[in-house]
Design a protein around this ligand. Structure first.
Ligand code: PMT
Length: 397
């Protein structure tokens, strides 16, 4: 009997990162979790079942027809007992099998049979990971509510550098723990999150925009919902899949974003401005495509509304959080923005740093609070950062 009364099934598939599953199994076991390991046949070529049996304290299962009298029907018994299934490393093959409902070995059969949450930890060569078919399969699985931990970037075992490394065991362990004991500190709270870029039309074919992809805003939306919050996501154009369960409000221009944010503002307790809003738009919109000539073209720009600034004027007891995309003087600029917009927290990112700001999966930020607390954080995934920002917001409840 485990001291937590929780059972985690750890699926190990055939990749070089399989050796790291030993540390994961050991961490889970030491945390008082009952661990049942299932290995695919290929995984046993990278690490022996004996190692994982010793670390988990349970026989390791590798075969759907293995004699094991702990259960009447093995795959159903394991599937029912599991509080969580984590597959680490998850190869492109197991991801494809799960996405398409194949069940041709014990692990894929248990995945189909369980109602427990599933956490996938993909680890593979960069070209395989970025292959559109793998990305499509992952997007399908995310849509169906599976949890996917993004791989790290770095030097891979195959000698190339890029995205595909299995995250550190510590990161996987924390995620497992969160999924086993979900936090509900945002239950009853409504968050209005602005996200993504805005597009400011010049004429029917051209517009001014910026490099925001919406990743940061989406990470905040996902994490807030995972903690019981209701999310209204006002998003500029993005190619990323939008979270199911959130109220999605699609906009293009800053003025549209402002109008829709104002509409939902009375219904929310917390506002997070992660959107990269254009400060200026063309003064006039040309109904016809602007024709080119031999002369330079001058486009006059006019100010857009400051969305957070305007909302901050009628704040009442709401919590307002802003971001600051800076290229220098992070803290001074961040503090000035916090004051001007009447914010409670300001997340300042120096967008010139590698792995920070626009487009990437990671961010490097300094969080400034109204009370003057300054927290400088190292490079981390936008999901991890979203969790920390929500922790800081929860402290203000
Ligand atoms: O979307 P990603 O690719 O993941 O990139 C993430 C990000 C870089 C967009 C994000 O981390 C970020 O920094 N978002 C804010 C970008 C920005 O517009 O910063 P700013 O310093 O110009 O604006 C300060 C704050 O005021 C922001 O919260 C912004 O949403 C808000 N603002 C700005 C202008 C405006 N007219 N209205 C606003 O509400």
């Amino acid at each position: 009997m485990s001291s937590t009364n929780k059972t985690v099934v750890v699926g190990v598939t055939g990749g070089i990162a399989a050796y790291k599953s030993a540390e994961l199994v050991s961490r889970l076991y030491k945390a008082g979790i009952s661990v049942q390991v299932i290995m695919t046949e290929n995984a046993t070529r990278f690490i022996t079942p004996l190692t994982l049996r010793t670390l988990s304290g349970n026989p390791v299962l590798t075969d759907a027809f293995q004699e094991d009298n702990r259960w009447r029907v093995q795959h159903i018994g394991i599937a029912e007992e599991a509080d969580l299934l984590v597959i680490a490393p998850a190869t492109a093959n197991i991801i494809a099998k799960i996405a398409h409902g194949l069940a041709d070995d014990l692990l894929s059969t248990v995945v189909l049979a369980t109602r427990a949450p599933l956490l996938l930890v993909p680890a593979m060569n960069t070209n395989m990971f970025t292959n559109p078919v793998v990305q499509e399969n992952l997007a399908t699985l995310r849509k169906r509510g599976f949890h996917v931990l993004e791989p790290d970037e770095g030097e891979l075992a195959c000698g190339v550098s890029g995205k595909g490394r299995m995250p550190e065991v510590d990161v996987i362990f924390r995620r497992v723990w969160e999924l086993l004991a979900p936090r509900t500190d945002f239950a009853g709270k409504t968050l209005l999150i602005t996200s993504g870029p805005t597009q400011e039309d010049i004429d029917p074919v051209r517009y001014i925009t910026n490099r925001s992809t919406g990743r940061m805003g989406l990470a905040l939306a996902h994490q807030a919902m995972a903690r019981g919050g209701k999310v209204i996501l006002v998003t500029g154009p993005t190619n990323l899949p939008l979270p199911e369960g959130a109220s999605i409000v699609r906009v293009r221009s800053a003025r549209e974003m402002f109008e829709r944010a104002k509409e939902y503002y009375p219904h929310c307790d917390i506002v997070i401005g992660a959107a990269a809003v254009a400060d200026y738009r063309p003064r006039t919109y040309s109904e016809q495509k602007v024709k080119k000539s031999d002369d330079d073209l001058v486009i006059e720009l006019t100010r857009n509304p400051d969305i957070l600034g305007e909302l901050g004027r009628d704040k009442r007891n709401r919590i307002l959080v802003g971001f600051a995309a800076e290229t220098g003087d992070l803290i001074a600029n961040g503090e000035a923005k916090m004051k001007k917009k009447n914010l409670d927290l300001l997340v300042a990112n120096d967008v010139t740093l590698d792995g920070a700001g626009f487009g990437v999966d990671t961010n490097i930020v300094t969080i400034i609070s109204r009370k003057g607390e300054i927290t400088s954080l190292p490079k981390m995934s936008k999901d991890d950062l979203a969790r920390i920002i929500l922790d800081k917001i929860a402290e203000l409840f």
